[in-house]
Ligand binder design. Structure first.
Ligand code: NAD
Ligand code: LMR
Length: 331
């Protein structure tokens, strides 16, 4: 056992996702059963969320988790990010019914300049940052640009939830368990333009589009369900996804900490190096393989057919529009 706790900051820890997330981190599901954890729970400096945060801390105590070594509650970002090895940036306004995620850009974008700066100044030397608050790709770009001393490859944003959604839809259509579906990749933006890749995904080891031989379903309903799943959950629940988002975040971090199995990849939004025609500097979802030692690479050489290429171009155009909207926050 590594006796030093991994220090994990969670912003918005009194919110919906925060409540579904912190117990899973404290129980060892994110960093494994042998790694102690310390939680830095960060909220806005207002009475209600700070009071709620105290309640979360009381419940954490009441779980008597063997791995949980320390819990810091704060509304001060610098104190919150002090010496953390992971910064999970969840705290931001969620959208409501009828909104798109990038309608949040004006309200949420500014959060990530201050947090990026605080991470730059206070976090541990090996800090890794994951952005969940929407629109997460562009917010990740803002945080990255506000933390010039933190290497850019340490930043990512989350499309693991979309990957899981695509995997579940393909499995359901093919009538197989989800374990039969691999590499249900998402390209582009975590938005209604995201591109769930039915060609490079496999079902029982074969390309998904050779197992599900209904092109109209793949290009139509499958695409629509995955792209619109967040909105469908808001319509059904009245509030946005929380348990499935927290679950995806546990998996996202685990994916980056463990070697990706041979022949597989994971959907992670990372800074583009120009791969697959995505302009360098944009934070886009790509197929990523991790080496288990902190390194990762974008998988090269995957083929995208004309339909998927067209869809990716549309998602990239949307990322560029978002980038233009936050140009004043990019330093
Ligand atoms: P929520 O409203 O339940 O909780 C958000 C919490 O963040 C609140 O407690 C709020 O006080 C806090 N907060 C706001 N600004 C903050 C700041 N500057 N510092 C610290 N805390 C702050 O929302 P939620 O359902 O937990 O969702 C959080 C965000 O995650 C939203 O933007 C949502 O759209 C996004 N989200 C992303 C994905 C994804 O797949 N990337 C999935 C689900 C939700
Ligand atoms: C999701 O995909 O569920 C989240 O991004 C929340 C949303 O606004 O859709």
């Amino acid at each position: 056992m590594n006796p030093a706790p991994v220090r994990v900051a969670v912003t918005g820890a009194a919110g919906q996702i925060g409540y579904a997330l912190v117990f899973r981190i404290a129980s060892g599901q994110m960093f494994g059963p042998d790694r102690p954890v310390a939680l830095h729970l960060i909220e806005v400096p207002a009475e209600k969320p700070m009071q709620a945060l105290k309640g979360v801390a009381m419940e954490l105590e009441d779980c008597a988790f063997p791995l949980l070594r320390d819990v810091v509650l704060t509304s001060d970002t610098k104190a919150g990010f002090q010496d953390v090895n992971w910064a999970l940036l969840v705290g931001a306004k969620p959208r409501g019914p009828g909104m798109e995620r990038n309608d949040l850009i004006k309200e949420n974008g500014g959060i990530f300049t201050g947090q990026g700066r605080a991470i730059n100044d206070a976090a541990a030397e090996d800090v890794r940052v994951v952005v969940v608050g929407n629109p997460c790709n562009t917010n990740c770009m803002i945080a990255m640009n506000s933390a010039p001393e933190v290497p850019r490859e340490r930043f990512s944003a989350m499309t693991r939830l979309d990957q899981n959604r695509a995997q579940a839809q393909l499995a359901r259509k093919a009538g197989v368990p989800t374990t039969q579906v691999k590499n249900a990749l998402i390209w582009g933006n975590h938005s209604a333009t995201q591109v769930p890749d039915f060609h490079n995904a496999t079902i029982g080891g074969k390309p998904a589009d050779q197992v599900i031989r209904e092109r109209a379903w793949l290009e139509g309903e499958f695409f629509k369900v995955v792209q619109q799943r967040g909105a469908a959950i808001i319509t059904a629940r009245g509030v946005s996804s929380a348990a499935s988002a927290a679950n995806a975040l546990v998996e996202h971090v685990r994916d980056l900490c463990t070697p990706t199995p041979k022949g597989e990849w994971r959907s992670v939004c990372v800074r583009s190096d120009g791969s697959y025609g995505v302009p360098a500097g944009l934070v886009s979802s790509f197929p990523v393989r991790a080496d288990g030692k902190g390194g990762w690479e974008i998988v090269s050489g995957l083929a995208l057919d004309a339909f998927l290429q067209r869809k990716l171009a549309a998602s990239v155009a949307e990322l560029q529009q978002e980038q233009a909207l936050v140009a004043h926050l990019l330093g």
